[in-house]
Design a protein around this ligand. Sequence first.
Ligand SMILES: *Cc1c(COP(=O)(O)O)cnc(C)c1O
Length: 393
Amino acid sequence: MRLSQRVKNLPPYLFVEISRKIAEKRARGEEVISFAIGDPDIPTPPHIIERLCEAARDPANHRYPESDSLPELRQAVADWYERRFGISFDPDKEVLPLIGSKEGIAHIAFCFIDRGDIALVPDPGYPVYSVSTMLANGEVYYLPLREEADFLPNLKAVPSHILSRAKLLWLNYPNNPTAAVADLDFFNRVVEFARQHDLIVCHDGPYTEVAYDGYRPVSFMQAEGAREVGVEFHSLSKSYNMTGWRIGMAVGNATAIDALKRLKSNLDSGIPQAIQLAAIAALTGPQDCIEEHNAIYQRRRDLIVEVLNSIGLKARPPKASLYIWARVPEGYSSVDFTTDLLDQVGVAVTPGIGYGKHGEGYVRLSLTIPDATLVKGLSRLSGWRSSRRQIIK
Ligand SMILES: *Cc1c(COP(=O)(O)O)cnc(C)c1O
């Protein structure tokens, strides 16, 4: 059997060693408390599940769905964007539901990238942006996200020989893994940059509804002229705790949406219709769950940040997203620290290097840890001691 070069080139799983350690500990009967997984622990709200169950019983929903989804779903997405961000989209031309946003994020590379084309990709970042570029035979140029610059890329620093081959710019705010946010001013500059260099902007925004202290994240699509240069990926996964149901959407530039629709109609057969109907219930039904969940995450955020700072990490409470991006103590790499934490106190976090070279020096902790486990996790974390400092002393 001879695998394709494409598959052979897929990056190796970065946490092999750490995952092996976790598995070993668990096999020995030791409990490992994990802050490593970004997947809401709170169930999908009951009214959404009710709609899903009801829809699942209706034979009309047992057949192949339309590949561009129910018109009612596209309308519900357009209405949601109108209510939430004050932007109106044509539900037939500017909205495309997806089998989870990751699906669309991965596939859009095939709409814009030919061999040798470049995608500009944030580092650290969600790995799908770079892997999909490579699967489409494109090349990745990484945009460092630095703490001094509030984890926003310095677009002016991209060399002109790169820009002449670049076709696509990936952005993601509120950001995973850094939890940084962007304002409209930044997005307006992005549109200007995209116009100048003829780039499509793909903004990944699944965390716009997960925010704290009254902060309301903006949408890239609110920027002046955004619709001429870009699309935004959004998802029901994080807003409504629906990661397991796989439903998201792309909105924005009609040419890009049409390209993605045409590509997808050759690859998949749409989103199971019962899930589309549940998504309509989520988008059009009561929205109280969002605030309720955010209040829970915010309380966890404050508890975790306090403990991290007390043991020598540097963490600031994020305004949005499900993550805390913390600087590891002096003398540790992100993997050293992660390994030491696991060995000493049986707590798992994600080493920043897994999200790219510029993630080195940081670890990511997720707020999606059930409260009972969190209490135990915090008490273990507070018992961690830097062995490095002790050796130096
Ligand atoms: C969770 C997440 C997604 C994808 O979510 P789906 O469940 O596929 O909709 C996309 N981008 C980022 C940055 C994420 O963290």
